[in-house]
Design a protein around this ligand. Structure first.
Ligand code: ATR
Length: 272
């Protein structure tokens, strides 16, 4: 039985052990996957100890993704660009590989699970923190018409736009969104966890546009409810993305990709 874990703070409500347990059952893999409360200042020592004890792979969540990016000896291209790592894997030579499966997780949920096509679409991302960095590269690869990043603190959005240096990428503050419309609005702020929303005008969502909140909860999030009230074609929370990013991590570690649909269906039933 090989050992895996998710590190984060807080971590007690993490669904990752359950998701990886279901994947292991489905693919008949013998793994042990634990959740461990690790604060930022304890991360390096905890990760060193985990791998020294024979651990094979780690997921890292808030607030550790940037530290995990620094910790990894080698990085996938998408992790290098995002400056955030959610998956660490022990390699055969003892090195630690860092990847970021958040963006591909979001993309798989949007396109494969929900049939939302991003080609030529106008995308708005709310927020300019680590979550935004993690999803940008895979979204840009879908050839959208444009991606705008709106953030309360404009400088943080400007830094990301300069780093990614893509002609389709732009940024503004929330006031700068006046009069504009988008086919997909992604909430990547941490505001919705506290029941808050950035200031969004009523006509921001184009007709038959979609909303996606990277956060999730047992009830519809504030942003999901905002989308429903604006008659979004779909207004989704991040549960599907959570399962999809986990499937990508599982595939990286175990070399076999689990079927996500039954796991998403089960978790959806459990929260109703
Ligand atoms: P994460 O790693 O989850 O992205 P983060 O790096 O702390 O977390 O970023 C949180 C994002 O949510 C930021 O873009 C933050 O805006 P600022 O950069 O202006 O701080 C945004 N955010 C948090 N609370 C918010 C609120 N009440 N209204 C608008 N934006 C908010």
């Amino acid at each position: 039985t090989e050992h895996y874990a998710v590190f984060g703070h807080p971590i007690s409500h993490s669904k990752s052990p359950r998701i990886h347990g279901l994947f292991a059952e489905q693919t008949r893999q013998r793994i042990y996957y634990a959740a461990q409360d690790v604060a930022a200042d304890a991360f390096k020592a905890a990760a060193d100890a985990f791998f020294a004890d024979g651990g094979k792979g780690l997921n890292c969540t808030v607030p550790l993704k940037e530290l995990a990016w620094q910790y990894a000896g080698r990085l996938s291209e998408r992790a290098r660009k995002s400056k955030a790592v959610n998956t660490l894997a022990l390699q055969a030579d003892g090195g630690i590989w860092g990847d970021n499966t958040d963006g591909i997780g979001l993309l798989n949920d949007l396109t494969l699970n929900h049939g939302i096509n991003l080609l030529d679409s106008r995308i708005l991302i709310l927020g300019a923190g680590g979550a935004t960095r993690g999803i940008l590269a895979p979204l840009l690869e879908q050839h959208p018409a444009c991606i705008a990043i709106a953030n309360r603190t404009l400088e943080k959005a400007e830094t990301i736009v300069n780093e990614f240096a893509d002609a389709k990428l732009s940024c503004c503050d929330y006031a700068g969104l006046a009069g504009r419309q988008f086919d997909l609005i992604v909430n990547a702020t941490s505001a919705s966890l506290g029941g808050q929303l950035p200031p969004l005008t009523d006509d921001l969502l184009a007709a038959s546009g979609c909303c996606y909140d990277l956060a999730y909860g047992n009830q519809a999030t504030t942003f999901v409810r905002w989308g429903m009230a604006r008659h979004a074609r779909k207004s989704l929370d991040g549960l599907g993305m959570l399962v999809e990013q986990a499937a990508e991590a599982f595939a990286l570690w175990r070399g076999i990709r689990p079927d996500t649909a039954p796991v998403i269906a089960l978790l959806n039933r459990e929260r109703q």
